[in-house]
Design a protein around this ligand. Structure first.
Ligand code: FES
Length: 132
């Protein structure tokens, strides 16, 4: 997703316009830069749109390059699966959730708010997320 989001303040303070709904086909993920934060934009198989930090908590790889299956996003490197609604990993090797950002849909426009969210865990300094 190459378009830079533009911060907006048209009823959704703190949210940035990221893409249009049709930019994300069901069952796919794409990377977006939202206010300087790399985000994995995910459209689950039922059409729901989610925004997660685009860094696996097991190691520093892009989750948006992984596979979407239902409401999970599978890391391409070691296969941990994250619930796109909560960020929780469902199995090892990742044990630390990824940050999930609020999403708002206005017509065909998709907005994400990365401000005020807890910073993602650094897998290189957090022993719970460090590769074994
Ligand atoms: S880097 Fe994602 S599971 Fe290992």
């Amino acid at each position: 997703m190459s378009a830079q989001p533009a911060p907006v303040d048209d009823g959704f303070p703190g949210f940035a316009l990221v893409c249009r709904v049709d930019d994300l086909a069901p069952g796919t993920a794409a990377q977006a830069n939202v206010d300087g934060v790399l985000v994995a934009m995910v459209r689950d198989s039922e059409g729901g749109i989610h925004a997660l930090d685009d860094r696996c908590t097991h190691a520093d790889v892009s989750l948006s390059e992984g596979e979407v299956d239902g409401c999970t996003l599978e890391c391409w490197l070691h296969g941990s699966r994250f619930d796109v609604r909560t960020g929780d990993p469902s199995g090892p090797p990742a044990t630390v959730p990824v940050a999930v950002y609020p999403v708002r849909i206005d017509g065909d426009d998709v907005y994400v708010n990365t401000r005020g969210a807890a910073p993602p865990t650094d897998p290189l300094t957090d022993p719970r997320g460090h590769p074994s």
